[in-house]
Design a protein around this ligand. Structure first.
Ligand SMILES: NC(=O)C1=CN([C@@H]2O[C@H](COP(=O)(O)OP(=O)(O)OC[C@H]3O[C@@H](n4cnc5c(N)ncnc54)[C@H](O)[C@@H]3O)[C@@H](O)[C@H]2O)C=CC1
Ligand SMILES: O=C(O)C(=O)Cc1ccc(O)cc1
Length: 361
């Protein structure tokens, strides 16, 4: 691929454009808000000048509700040899395009399974898609050339291609992205009017559960509007589980010992099923889930502390697989959780202690 046109230069479009530019592709940037395209160009994602002729690949990265319209205009204008979109839902935009009666052989619906809770070009990074699945939904009518152009883009972005049927994709993302998003929002909503004294006690658990609730509501209304059925079905299942859990907790308040035992069994059941589901969440780079040991280090909230810990871990020959930081409420201190292979944990603990770090259990 030598040239590309990215239409919609927000988080996803600009991230893809940055990755393509780094691989030597000439990238043209367009957005219905020209300021967004100018910002993306200023970040080094390409040029906001229109291409002189058709490009190899047009990448439509506008919100889902606009995808079919933007694609239809691009197809009619003959702007590229191949056309893809990156919208979070795949069935709706394809059906919309089909009703317009266009030849869709040069179009392929795709979805990179990577995002952030921030939007716009300033949140973009060239490595956003690295190691993440990128779903491709070809049909029998899809040109092989277009599929190959999309595979080249996925490879330039360092992502892992996954081929799926569009509707199967929409059911899958309802389960792993859309329904969890709403549940995260529902949990976070309980904090809106909570006492400040309670909110101050927030720890890593609630931070993990509510992180994605910080996303842009406008974008998510678009996504959920394009996939309401599968999300409602799953949320209905969650609601049934919630009702059962509330009944079990009420039983735990009972004076009757048998009722209390029934309640404990009900709560234990939901926790056990949660454990069974959680271990199925893939590890980083989409590999099988791994169980790491956590080494916890107390740090002062000062510049350079993390870099020093990583350097000390590197000197001890230990690879840090993952890292989390928990900030101590109201204090200039934090707890750094270093996730490492279980056999590496004792060596890391010893090496960090020797270098003066305070290790916590
Ligand atoms: N945010 C995320 O985490 C992910 C989003 N996606 C999908 O990527 C697409 C873009 O999302 P983001 O980059 O997050 O949104 P964003 O809000 O950062 O960027 C969207 C851009 O599209 C532009 N735009 C809106 N209507 C347009 C139109 N008619 N023509 C041209 N440009 C138009 C906006 O001005 C904005 O610059 C959406 O379809 C979304 O479903 C896919 C994976 C992850
Ligand atoms: O970060 C997360 O947990 C996400 O779920 C990000 C995300 C958001 C939207 C998408 O279409 C794909 C991925």
């Amino acid at each position: 691929m030598r040239s590309a046109l990215v239409i919609g230069t927000g988080l996803i479009g600009t991230s893809a454009a940055l990755a393509l530019t780094r691989r030597g592709v000439t990238v043209h940037l367009a957005d219905h808000d020209p300021q967004q395209a100018r910002t993306a160009a200023a970040l080094g994602a390409g040029t906001d000048e229109a291409p002189a002729g058709p490009v190899d690949l047009a990448v439509v990265a506008a919100p889902p509700a606009h995808v079919a319209g933007v694609l239809a205009d691009a197809l009619r204008g003959g702007l590229a040899r191949g056309y893809i979109d990156v919208a979070s839902v795949k069935g709706g935009p394809r059906r919309e395009l089909e009703t317009l009666g266009l030849d869709l052989s040069a179009y392929l619906g795709t979805h990179p399974m990577s995002g952030r809770e921030k939007s716009g070009p300033l949140a973009a990074t060239a490595d956003l898609f690295e190691g993440r699945p990128w779903v491709l939904t070809p049909t029998r009518a899809t040109d092989t050339e277009v599929l190959n152009l999309a595979l080249e883009l996925v490879s330039f972005c360092g992502a892992v291609p996954v081929v799926m049927d569009a509707d199967a994709h929409d059911r899958a993302v309802a389960l792993v992205s859309h329904m969890p998003h709403l549940v995260s929002g529902l949990v976070a909503a309980r904090l809106e009017h909570a006492d400040e004294a309670a909110v101050r006690l927030c720890g890593q658990g609630i931070r993990d559960v509510t992180r994605i609730a910080a996303s842009d509501p406008a974008m998510w209304i678009d996504i959920l509007s394009a996939n309401p059925g599968p999300v409602a079905d799953l949320l209905g299942d969650v609601a049934a589980d919630l009702e059962q859990t509330v009944r079990a907790l009420r039983a735990l308040q009972s004076a009757d010992e048998d009722k209390r035992q029934e309640g404990a069994a009900g709560v234990a059941d939901v926790l056990r099923r949660g454990n069974a589901g959680q271990v199925r969440v893939p590890g980083k780079h989409g590999s099988a889930p791994r169980v790491y040991e956590t080494v916890v280090v107390l740090i002062d909230d000062q510049p350079g502390q993390l870099a020093r810990i990583f350097a000390d871990a590197g000197r001890a020959g230990v690879n840090i697989e993952d890292v989390r930081i928990e900030h101590a409420t109201g204090q200039q201190a934090g707890l750094v959780q270093l996730m490492v292979e279980p056999q590496a944990a004792p060596a890391l603990t010893a090496a960090l202690r020797e270098r003066g770090w305070a290790i916590r259990r």
